[in-house]
Unconditional design. Structure first.
Ligand code: SF4
Length: 280
């Protein structure tokens, strides 16, 4: 993070008093990463910001560094040369074996970063996507961030598990141009076993988005041995039954590339084996 990104910004000026008064009062996430020129996170060219913190614990999570709210050090052993002078500092590690996940950003700094690529959004219908982790874990902050994006003329997209209180959905509806909800499993016991939570609130929130005629693209990750087989068709059937068209549903292939991150973070590797999914 560059310190100069904290100064001379426009969002607080665009929403006088609001952000300044609320920052420090609402639950604010640490940020994990910024992806510029993203083309799979909503329409057009986008900047995607990733928050740290998620109430789910999906066994297949490909961003295990995004689950805990707190900052975490990771040590990538294959890069570590065990320097006697190791100071556990990301900036000074000569082999980049050390990484600190989770850094504070202000809303103003994020908006300023996003505005760097506004000409590309304007040409392609793109904008800003908020992902994670789970952005709705910090929904008051997410509301302020999207309100600031809107005030700066930026299209907003929310990548979410929808595991959040219904109040969060109501608040986010007016400032969210497009929703990218996951639908991880139709069978509730299956959902709970592999993500740690029931899908009941997720379905309720999804049905609310449909009732509100929100623009949606539902993502269905197919995890072999976990959420393949009969659950694929059951998910499609449910989504059709609540009025979501097939063209607004995308199946995502599972990859197990994140194993080194589990190791580096000292977390048990829970990722299922990558193989062909079963379709019934
Ligand atoms: S919802 Fe996403 S970020 Fe959270 S544990 Fe599941 S895969 Fe990881």
């Amino acid at each position: 993070m560059k310190r100069r990104e904290f100064i001379g910004i426009g969002a607080a000026a665009l929403l006088p008093g609001l952000l300044v008064a609320r920052e420090g009062r609402v639950k604010t996430p640490l940020m994990l990463d910024t992806k510029r020129f993203a083309i799979h996170d909503g329409p057009g060219v986008r900047t995607t910001f990733f928050v740290k913190g998620c109430p789910l614990k999906c066994v297949w999570c490909h961003n295990p560094e995004s689950i805990k709210d707190e900052a975490q050090w990771a040590r990538f052993q294959h890069l570590c040369q065990h320097h006697a002078t190791c100071t556990m500092d990301e900036a000074t590690c000569p082999t980049r074996a050390l990484k600190l996940y989770g850094k504070p950003w202000t809303i103003d700094a994020l908006v300023k970063k996003a505005l760097e690529d506004k000409p590309f959004y304007d040409r392609t219908g793109g904008g800003v996507t908020l992902s994670g982790g789970e952005p709705l874990r910090f929904w008051e902050w997410a509301y302020d961030f999207f309100a600031a994006c809107r005030a700066a003329g930026l299209h907003t997209c929310l990548d979410t598990s929808l595991y959040a209180p219904p109040l969060a959905i109501e608040k986010m509806l007016p400032v969210t141009d497009m929703w990218l909800p996951d639908y991880k499993a139709e069978d509730d016991a299956l959902h709970a076993r592999h993500t740690g939570v029931s899908n009941k609130i997720i379905k309720k929130n999804l049905e609310r988005l449909v009732a509100a005629k929100a623009k949606l693209e539902v993502r269905m990750l197919i995890v072999p041995g976990c959420t393949d087989g009969a659950d694929i068709r059951a998910r499609h059937d449910y989504l059709r039954s609540i009025g979501i068209a097939d063209k607004d549903v995308v199946e995502l292939e599972y990859f197990d590339y994140a194993r080194s991150k589990y190791l580096a973070l000292g977390m048990p590797d829970t990722m299922p084996e990558k193989k062909e999914p079963v379709r019934l």
